[in-house]
Write a protein that binds this ligand. Structure first.
Ligand SMILES: [Zn+2]
Length: 214
């Protein structure tokens, strides 16, 4: 069965890591909107330059820009054939409506953490230009400050700095959380406790989705 799964969670909930694990288990594509955009920024494409103006200020990229890039990716053959685990999208009702028209969702997972925990975790996050992220507490690089994958210097993203974090959490509560009710009404919403170890969160997700632990 092809599954098209959305993963939600506040910043710092570990949704990127969980999405990666889940895509491996399902044999589906893992699409992180954050990573797609960071690659565009890194390559300095017109879209990347446009997106960076917003993220530099801790703001989200406008819906029409995001919808366009997601639609073009989701229509590709690999996703039609293998399904997708999508993370970082949709963030509001406009994006959710756009998504409805592209794919049929089978499951929605929400990873719950408190705001305090979110701020605590994000303040320890380091990012690489290649898209890989680390956390100095539980997912540190082998050599401090250097990426394991590509050897580049790690940095704190502008939108991981305290004021930007607070702004993003407010936006998540105000614009993203209301979507959960919509998915709950469809009977495809699952909530898991994100304030536990990565592998415990993953087990909870598999259980919610009626999947075997690999
Ligand atoms: Zn790297």
């Amino acid at each position: 069965m092809i599954r098209n799964i959305l993963i939600f969670g506040a910043q710092g909930s570990g949704k990127g890591t969980q999405a990666e694990l889940l895509a491996q288990t399902c044999g589906s594509m893992n699409i992180s909107i954050g990573n797609i955009f960071r690659q565009e920024v890194y390559k300095k494409t017109p879209l990347g330059i446009e997106a960076k103006k917003f993220t530099d200020e801790g703001k989200l990229v406008p819906d029409d820009v995001v919808n366009e890039i997601v639609a073009s990716r989701l229509k590709q053959k690999d996703i039609q054939e293998h399904g997708v685990v999508l993370e970082g999208y949709p963030r509001n009702i406009v994006q959710a409506d756009a998504l409805e028209k592209i794919i049929s969702l089978t499951d929605v997972v929400v990873i719950d953490i408190s705001d305090d925990e979110a701020v605590n975790r994000i303040s320890k996050r380091l990012t690489c230009v290649c898209g890989k992220t680390y956390n100095t507490d539980y997912n540190a690089s082998h050599v401090a400050g250097i990426c394991d994958e590509c050897g580049a210097l790690l940095f704190i993203r502008d939108d991981d700095k305290p004021d930007a974090i607070k702004h993003r959490l407010e936006t998540y509560h105000k614009e993203t959380e209301p979507l959960f009710l919509m998915y709950e009404k469809k009977g495809i919403l699952h909530r898991v406790n994100g304030e536990q170890k990565i592998n415990e969160v993953y087990k909870a997700i598999l259980k919610a989705l009626n999947m075997e632990t690999p």
